[in-house]
Design a protein around this ligand. Sequence first.
Ligand code: SAH
Length: 220
Amino acid sequence: MLVADDRVTLQHERMVADQMERRGIHNPDLLRVMRATPRHLFVPTNVRSTAYEDRPLPIGHGATISQPYIVALMTELLAPAKKHRVLEIGAGSGYQTAILGQLAAEVYTVEISPELARSAAKTLRELGYTNITVRQGDGYQGWLERAPFDGIMVTAAPPELPEALIAQLSAGGRLVAPVGPIWSQELMVIEKKADGTIERRSVCPVSFVPMKPARPVKYS
Ligand code: SAH
């Protein structure tokens, strides 16, 4: 009979092999990091037994941890490198942040929910990721004091691409974001060329939680 730890290891390995390698994720550094990152420790205990399943999971406060394949796909599209400074919008559980932290030099992440910002920072600290800074705030503003960034990953969906984020990309930098109306968005890759021109392409349809406006919208 398998003991609990063996079962988690098996589910973790199956996640990488079946959900990532078989679907065309081949970057060896990314696969190594997906194998090394304990996804079950980033989700609430009530959903922990399903942490390696092929779907997003609720993490409270209206947020979800993305489906593992989407985390891998977005990371592959961003292509973080060891010398890169990366900004993430929407820390949520901190799982995507941890993946980025192992592939880039420095990661900055902005989370609008104070509770999630606090718990993501705690999880990341306890697991020993030291090149990550978590801040509670409004992601639409990016993180001006730390800009420019070689990569920006947005993990909640804005209705349109926020100009402030594009402005905080370095020349040659890349932004990956789900963009569009509630629950029906396109995964977009935006590249800022050395001469400052912007190239954009759409990768596939996705479904993310909407990016919240900084202040609650009042309807009268
Ligand atoms: N990357 C996360 C996914 C979390 S879901 C993970 O791996 O778990 C998206 C997150 O974006 C939620 O935590 C939500 O609170 C946050 N969010 C929504 N609107 C935001 C905004 N305007 N600024 C910053 N974070 C925001």
